[in-house]
Design a protein around this ligand. Structure first.
Ligand code: MN
Length: 206
């Protein structure tokens, strides 16, 4: 076990028994990658199906549950609710969280890649991810396998904390496409090529 000098993951650990759930315990060494970093969008067939958007920042994955998932149409505003910070190695997690555990259900990696913090590159008044999260305006450029281009997260209620309410909006750029509907047409994992049923079935075999 790695000793932690902070309790950023206290909420994560408090909600689950990772020995039973099979999820990462969050013990991996973390490195400070500066601004930008990894992102992942996990499709999570829990009590209600949703997508979890996670952005690496300051050694954890900042996380939002997005009930309808991301859109590539800039006219869509997708509701997102901030959830507890997750450990960095959660970005690799696919599997089934057993019945009775927090978030019980099947998880697959729907999209992944690197992201850039667009606000850090602004000539006037650049903002770090930490400042963006505090202000409630996050602008990132996703380099994913399904999603590319800018996305804005705008906070509409609450602070930089669990259960705050946000909107996830595609920015108008080369990645915008009102006709694409990737959550419907590209349902499978970018890690394993599996759909939710296949992930669940292979978990049953274990
Ligand atoms: Mn979830």
């Amino acid at each position: 076990m790695v000793e932690h000098d902070d309790d950023k993951l206290a909420a994560y650990r408090g909600k689950r028994d990772t020995g039973k759930s099979g999820e990462p315990a969050g013990d991996a060494e973390t490195s400070d990658s500066g601004d930008g970093g990894r992102f992942v969008i996990q499709k999570h067939d829990a009590s209600t199906l949703h997508y979890d958007l996670r952005l690496e920042s300051d050694g954890v994955l900042k996380s939002w549950a997005v009930p309808k998932g991301p859109s590539t149409d800039p006219s869509d505003k997708r509701f997102a609710i901030m959830t507890e910070d997750h450990p960095l190695d959660y970005a690799d997690f696919e599997g089934v969280i057993p019945e009775g555990e927090y978030g019980a259900g099947t998880v697959l990696v729907w999209d992944q890649g690197r992201y850039d913090n667009l606000r850090a590159g602004k000539q006037s008044d650049p903002k770090t991810m930490a400042q963006s999260l505090e202000e409630g305006l996050v602008e990132v450029y996703l380099h994913g396998e399904k999603l590319t281009g800018g996305y804005a997260l705008k906070r509409i209620e609450g602070g930089n904390e669990e259960k705050s309410k946000w909107l996830l909006i595609k920015m108008r750029d080369e990645g915008a496409d009102a006709r694409r509907n990737p959550t419907s047409t590209e349902p499978k994992s970018v890690r394993s090529g599996r759909d939710l049923d296949a992930v669940a079935a292979e978990s049953d075999d274990n």
